[in-house]
Design a protein around this ligand. Structure first.
Ligand code: ARG
Length: 453
């Protein structure tokens, strides 16, 4: 059975059928499709289109269909073009011809958009909680890091010392924004298309506001033409997922780098690293590399959907059937990555000594300039003086703290014996005490604030 065919003299060509069919993708929205149908049957009943017995039998039938999906007993047949057809076909088997009344005033166009939005409303909290679990692993590590110092980089060149805790938390905040974005998206997903018909609205006198409420939507869509073609929510969802993927990828790249022998800042636990079939000594960060790699796939899916949406004539076009696969795949990707990264980070071991050894005195060159600022010299001048000290030390192949006081005083008479204190990286860190800085107090405040969220 197809949901159409009256005006056709022959069956659809088999390969065209295969191309057209979307069941393999949209069967994932089976429960949502049945829920939408139950709500629609109720609306038809209220509008006196379904008599009491008809409504009772359709509702009972739909309950059975839902149960069959939930238990995995539902059997698809080759003529099930999509999930909507499958549900109606099965309902007809269960309750007979009265099932044919369910589609009154409804189209697969408003139906599919409803299913998809319902599915998304139920999926966003799942993603949110997977991100939150990763965030709590980051906080745990930040608290464990205490006063551990590490080199901070810009341009991947040693820049200034920072607290390891501050670095951990720098990966918390992007994820927090991701969660805020997802939450904000809910209001644009929570708009009910059902009751828009194919494009122009439904002739059934339904109370769409009540229908929206019964399905857990905030409002009913205000324009039927827009309602059946709007896929902004899918594009936005993919953007949110992709940006999370990018944040995870940046974090992953740093873990890959920092677990290399050259850095040696972290060691992965055995339960989250992989070996080589050839080189017995290898311990590889595959899960982080895959995270980095999958961010590329996510970007591709977002770009793909945007290109699909571009230039579509209003209203529903079959192109829109391409909307679900990338959204489902992006969701599966994140739900696969997030718990693994959380587990890997929870069990990673920091190497404070390696981090400390990577902090050299040149990373306190800014503090050297600031030292002279405290003596009243303008920063522009002190920057140049400190730069000369760096050059001199470089020429002599020594550290900044190994230059003699005379050498410093030759660069500026303002230098005194206490200048050597600036080369203590903890002192440098402690000076960055304004909100958002890397000082111990500032980071402690940061953690406190985060935990209050
Ligand atoms: N499988 C379709 C989709 O995912 C459902 C809507 C089909 N509508 C239609 N007029 N053929 O978009």
């Amino acid at each position: 059975m197809t949901l159409w065919g009256g005006r056709f003299s022959t069956k659809l060509n088999q390969q065209a059928w295969d191309l057209n069919s979307s069941l393999s993708v949209d069967q994932r929205m089976a429960i949502q499709d049945v829920d939408g149908s139950i709500a629609w049957a109720n609306a038809l009943h209220k509008a006196n289109i379904l008599l009491d017995e008809e409504h009772a039998s359709i509702s009972l039938g739909l309950d059975t269909v839902k149960r069959e999906f939930a238990s995995g007993e539902f059997i698809f047949v080759p003529s099930d073009e999509d999930i909507h057809t499958a549900v109606e076909r099965r309902l007809t088997e269960l309750v007979g011809a009265v099932a044919g009344k369910l589609h009154t005033g409804r189209s697969r166009n408003d139906q599919v958009a409803t299913d998809f939005r319902l599915w998304m409303l139920q999926t966003i909290p799942q993603l949110d909680s997977a991100i939150r679990i990763l965030q709590s692993a980051l906080i745990e590590q930040a608290e464990k890091a205490n006063e551990t110092l590490m080199p901070g980089y810009t341009h991947l060149q040693r820049a200034q010392p920072i607290l390891l805790a501050h670095w951990w938390l720098s990966h918390f905040h992007p994820l927090q924004r991701d969660r805020e974005r997802l939450t904000d998206l809910i209001k644009r997903v929570s708009i009910l298309p059902l009751g828009s018909g194919a494009l122009s609205g439904t002739p059934v006198p339904v109370d769409r506001a009540a229908l929206a409420e019964s399905l857990g939507f905030a409002v009913a869509s205000p324009n039927s033409l827009d309602a059946v073609s709007d896929r902004d929510f899918a594009a936005e969802f993919l953007f949110c997922a992709t940006l999370t993927g990018i944040h995870l990828s940046k974090l992953a790249e740093q873990i890959v780098l920092y677990t290399s022998a050259e850095f040696g800042f972290f060691e992965l636990s055995d339960s989250f690293s992989t070996g080589s079939s050839l080189m017995p000594q290898k311990k590889n960060p595959d899960v982080f590399e895959l995270t980095r790699g999958k961010a590329g796939t996510l970007i591709g899916m977002l770009a793909g959907l945007l290109a699909t949406l571009k230039g579509l004539p209003s209203t529903y076009d079959k192109d829109l059937q391409e909307d679900k696969a990338p959204v489902f795949q992006a969701t599966d990707t994140l739900l696969a990555i997030l718990p693994v990264i959380a587990g890997a980070l929870r069990t990673i071991t920091a190497k404070p000594q390696r981090m400390r050894n990577a902090i050299d005195s040149f990373m306190m060159a800014t503090d050297l300039a600031d030292y002279l600022v405290d003596k009243g010299i303008p920063f522009r001048e002190t920057h140049a003086i400190a730069g000369k000290a760096v050059r001199l030390a470089g020429e002599k192949n020594v550290q900044l703290e190994e230059l003699s006081l005379e050498a410093y005083q030759a660069l500026s008479p303002a230098f005194e014996a206490d200048v050597y204190q600036v080369f203590d990286p903890l002192k440098s860190v402690e000076k960055r005490n304004a909100i958002g800085g890397t000082s111990l107090q500032s980071v402690k405040n940061q953690i406190q604030k985060i935990k209050g969220v």
